[in-house]
Design a protein. Sequence first.
Length: 88
Amino acid sequence: MVGRWDNKDQVYCLAALTVVTGQLTTRLLEQPARSKAKTGQSKQRRLPVAFAAHLQDIARAYPASAYAEGVITIAKAPWHQGALMEHV
């Protein structure tokens, strides 16, 4: 994560690395200061949407037709849970 703790503009980086091939799948989420006023969505709404999109990126990179199984290690952050993640 790049940014400052005084709640200025930040950038969240979501990344997945395939340990066998070294392939990297990434997504950046800008978190501007006063993001709700600028984007119309709160941080609590933007993070789950970005994480679900990141999971979709991973699913596209590793389709079930080519990869029978995979393991994704996910932390217990609140935006890593919920209906959006179950949909992916």
